[in-house]
Ligand binder design. Sequence first.
Ligand SMILES: C[S@@+](CC[C@H](N)C(=O)[O-])C[C@H]1O[C@@H](n2cnc3c(N)ncnc32)[C@H](O)[C@@H]1O
Length: 315
Amino acid sequence: MDKLEDLLHALKAAAEPTRLRLLAICARSELTVSEITDIVGQSQPRVSRHLKLLCNAGLLIRYREQHWVFYRVPRSGAGAGFAASLLAQLPAADVQLELDRRRVESVLQRRAEAARALVEGDGPGAARVEDEATVDALILTSLRGEAIGELLDIGTGSGRMLRLLGEGAGRAVGIDISRAMLMLARSNLHAAGLDHLLVRQGNMYQLRFPDCSFDTVTIDQVLFEAEQPGQVLREAARVLRRGGRLLLVEFLTADTAADTSAPADDCVAIDRRRLDGWFDDAGLALEHWQQLPGHPYPVFLSVARREPRDKKVAA
Ligand SMILES: C[S@@+](CC[C@H](N)C(=O)[O-])C[C@H]1O[C@@H](n2cnc3c(N)ncnc32)[C@H](O)[C@@H]1O
């Protein structure tokens, strides 16, 4: 911390038993006020007051998702280092902290079950890749040779791409419109020990990130259900840094001009010609691709690069 008064402020905020517990609790996962209230067993107004003090001192950060407010320990900024050093001092065998740890786990367990119940029948439906492990291995191979850097996963769903690539990323964010999916992704990331990766509610047609924010963007099995796939690719290109890479995993039909069969339920018929047009329009140059077995259509796994200059990408 740069100023002495900021340090004193942070010390005062932390020097209270419940607030120290809250710091340890929020270091384990992003939690809502009502989840935190359940864990510490105190009244909500009291817990909210403590959380506010910790936020004002920079030891916690909060963000809103619809009607819910989540709290977590910051990973960057002035309070992050101080919070990390306080957390490192906490006694490993403290009975109260151990009890809190177990309560966090059971809250997250309940959250995971609720999320799974909510998304049941709401997932990718009948569309699926034939062999997920092979697709995962091919994704890793296709992106090898360059750092993942800052990663955005669009339509993160269960958080599969974040789990696969997030560990190697400098920063990783997944966005999804569905709160149920976000809860599921959070639970999956927690189970994988990847709580530091962020999932946020967002609309893929209007991403809330400035131009040129990410080195790698992934879109995995999202376009086939999208109303405006071309707009999703334009947004992906806009937030990619120049020279950044887009990894796209998508179901692709044969050429729809020649194909007279009706598209499978819930699947927009995307063919190679249309995809090439959208790539071109977004200023993305296809670098390499391969086709793999999938249902109801084959899966097209590709890496495209945002063109380094010239083409103006429409917002
Ligand atoms: C078929 S799932 C793919 C999920 C993910 N790749 C996975 O393997 O778990 C498509 C995802 O896109 C999300 N989605 C649909 N419309 C969206 C939008 N407008 N903005 C952001 N996400 C959206 C859905 O909620 C869903 O989680």
